[in-house]
Design a protein around this ligand. Structure first.
Ligand code: NAD
Ligand code: UD1
Length: 339
């Protein structure tokens, strides 16, 4: 069975993908510097699946150390999750973001070339559609103008991977553009564990529910949307993880570059998220309406037809499942992995 290297595999999406790959029979190796995760996540992956995972603590930018992983293991494909992802922080520390996100990509590509590994899946984002493109987004649209350095790193990394595939006809690249992943594994053993004050909506809601934050501020209620709050394409992280298993099957069988949106195709508003969370979990979320957050688009959602047609993948979990599983993770792990 094929052996998959998950760069940044101890993180939120990587850990859920590791579980689904192991359950589909793939062998998984994780390389992570734990800058935004911890070894406990790897233990939990093993607990859920009953399978063992080889984990390396290293910085992917450190090409020499990364090379050891390729020397010691015959790797069939790489999934590149290792990136910094906080939009606000990327505005304050652009050089850190460009250095980390781009160097990790270059380092992986160099090792892959040296050790004859030709398959890579990259964690891209709906953010690359930028401000110009109309919703729903389709994969053949041009990449747009991003509002922050984080987004630009994704645009640049997509370009780097496309150029690498142009030069090396044996290379197989899949760019997965995630929409808004939320939720947690149904076991409640792994989930999203942001450091400090959460930037994203669902972890903030969950921390209000568990009493770690006073109240949620909903950013803006005067958008041109049905209820005036922004609409997003929220996707259950397990559906997203299963999308990676399908993409691995694909990347191993093809050459060249293919792009897939991973979303549900259905947008929900911020108010709908809060209401659904309250209803499904029978818990009140204190909230107030505040000013718009700079850089937010009124709407972002996928046309998800291509992933269905080409990969045979579509989402199966509902918004209620996403809210229930988020709460199950948060209430069982009120302080995340640091119990
Ligand atoms: P995460 O922070 O939980 O996971 C990223 C992992 O990479 C962490 O475990 C971190 O420690 C590791 N890492 C970062 N830099 C590293 C380095 N130099 N060397 C080794 N390890 C390193 O984030 P996530 O939500 O799981 O996101 C995974 C990927 O998907 C990221 O590239 C992110 O930009 C992208 N993405 C995430 C979202 C989202 O909403 N979560 C949306 C679109 C795209
Ligand atoms: C953000 C990033 C995006 C990144 C994604 C995952 C921006 C502009 N976009 O997407 O590039 O890929 O996170 O990391 O930051 N909201 C509130 N109150 C809160 C938090 C959020 O009302 O406390 C609202 C936001 O205004 C937005 C929605 O909830 O309308 C979702 O926000 P968030 O979870 O941060 O995701 P995005 O902004 O879609």
């Amino acid at each position: 069975m094929s052996r998959i290297l998950l760069a940044g595999g101890a993180g939120y999406i990587g850990s859920h993908t590791a579980v689904e790959l192991l359950e589909a029979g793939y062998e998984v190796i994780i390389a992570d510097n734990y800058s935004n995760s911890c070894p406990e996540a790897v233990k939990r992956i093993e607990e859920i699946t009953g399978k063992s995972v080889k984990a390396y603590e290293l910085d992917i930018k450190d090409t020499e150390k990364l090379e050891n992983v390729f020397k010691e293991n015959k790797i069939d494909a790489v999934i590149h999750f290792a990136g910094l992802k906080a939009v606000g922080e990327s505005v304050a520390k652009p050089v850190l973001y460009y250095r980390n996100n781009i160097d990790t990509t270059l380092s992986l590509l160099e090792c892959m070339e040296k050790y004859g590994v030709n398959n890579i899946i990259f964690s891209s984002s709906a953010t690359v559609y930028g401000e110009e493109n109309p919703v729903p987004y389709t994969e053949e649209m041009n990449r747009g103008t991003c509002t922050n350095p984080y987004g630009w790193t994704k645009v640049m990394m997509e370009q780097i991977l496309e150029d690498a595939a142009k030069a090396n006809k044996d290379l197989s690249v899949v760019l997965l553009r995630y929409f808004n992943p939320i939720g947690a594994h149904v076991s409640g053993k792994i989930g999203e564990d942001p450091q400090g004050i959460p930037n994203n909506l669902m972890p903030y809601v969950a921390q209000v529910a568990v009493g770690r934050r006073e109240q949620l501020t909903i950013f803006g209620k005067d958008y041109d949307t049905p209820d005036g709050t922004c609409r997003r394409d929220y996707i259950h992280v397990t559906d997203l993880a299963i999308g990676h298993v399908k993409a691995i099957d694909y990347v191993l069988e093809h050459k060249g570059v293919e792009i897939f949106n991973l979303g549900t195709g259905t947008p929900y508003s911020v108010t709908e998220i809060v209401e659904t969370f309250e209803k499904v979990n029978d818990i009140k979320i204190n909230h107030v309406y505040g000013a718009r957050r700079p850089g937010d688009l009124p709407e972002s959602y996928a046309n998800a037809d291509k992933a269905l047609k080409v990969l045979g993948w579509k989402t199966e979990r509902t918004l209620a499942d996403m809210c229930r599983d988020t709460w199950n993770w948060q209430k069982n792990n009120p302080n995340g992995y640091n119990k």
